[in-house]
Write a protein that binds this ligand. Structure first.
Ligand code: ATP
Length: 265
């Protein structure tokens, strides 16, 4: 893997990129997944690489939906497995009934097995979707392939880094869709019942942290209303503020991190 100096101002982000590039070389992440990651990075920069208050609200509500669901499913693609397999498993361990299902936009049998293996290496048990057993009507190609025991019968589906067509198809089946997507303008964010505009690893950790409280108040089948368009509007406003706030070189927009000191001349 490329060596990156910890003194580089974009150290974490460059390390994450290097990890994803390595995962792509091993076949876990599709080449298109690298491009999707770049799109996400740009939006996170606008947010100052932190969870904004409306995202935190969405995450607390999402924890309640997952706690109250009878058949919740977390859909896992290559990027999610490469970036956050441990976070996915920690959330599953904290959430009774939450099934993990491999669901790929660019599906090959090898990549589906690689995603499941990565989850299992992080401690996951009973991963669904490696050999799909059901097709969702109205979706072309591989994106329709799901598991009869998972997404096909889910009441709530958590879809990180999803595409808009599939999110819409899930909703048409009556599934409540919670998205995690840094782009508040994507069709997925626009389609989801409950859009979380936050970075994947931060969002999974926030969901896990909120879960004990959500379970303590559990009311099966009760889904408190979400203000999806208000959540998206807040995220767009936070990005505008982040982009217009004065900042120094190497400091993500909106970040309260100190600007890099300019070298003395
Ligand atoms: P849509 O069909 O919803 O409009 P899209 O074409 O914008 O989808 P994709 O290319 O499928 O989306 O990428 C998935 C989305 O995931 C992108 O909108 C990107 O902003 C987001 N994304 C990428 N990496 C992360 C991450 N680490 N955390 C949260 N969101 C991310």
């Amino acid at each position: 893997m490329t060596r990156i100096s910890p003194r580089h101002p974009r150290y974490q982000s460059l390390r994450t990129r290097a990890r994803l590039a390595e995962a792509a070389r091993r076949g876990l992440v599709a080449p298109e997944g690298l491009i999707a990651h770049g799109r996400g990075e740009a939006f996170d920069y606008f947010l100052g690489e932190r969870s904004i208050p409306s995202a935190r609200r969405a995450e607390r509500l999402a924890a309640r939906w997952l706690a109250n669901a009878e058949r919740p499913v977390l859909s896992v693609n290559g990027n999610v497995a490469a970036l956050a397999a441990e976070g996915v498993v920690r959330l599953a361990e904290a959430t009774p009934r939450l099934a993990l299902e491999v669901n790929l936009f660019h599906r090959t049998p090898g990549r589906a097995r690689a995603v499941a293996r990565r989850l299992e290496a992080a401690g996951a048990k009973g991963v669904l979707g490696v050999r799909p057993t059901y097709r969702i009507a109205g979706l072309p190609s591989d994106r329709a392939d799901v598991d009869r025991l998972g997404i096909a019968r889910a009441d709530v589906c958590l879809v990180p880094l999803e595409d808009g067509d599939r999110a819409a198809a899930l909703r048409r089946r009556g599934i409540r869709v919670i998205s995690i997507d840094l782009n508040p303008l994507s069709r997925t964010s626009e389609t989801a019942d409950l859009p979380i505009v936050d970075e994947l690893t931060r969002a999974l950790e926030a969901l896990r942290t909120a879960m004990p409280g959500a379970l303590a108040r559990r009311r099966a089948g009760h889904f408190p209303p979400s203000d999806a368009s208000g959540l998206l509007a807040s995220a767009r406003r936070a990005m505008v503020v982040g982009l217009t706030r004065p900042r120094g070189p190497g400091t993500p927009a909106g970040s309260r991190r100190p600007a890099l000191r300019r070298p003395a001349r």
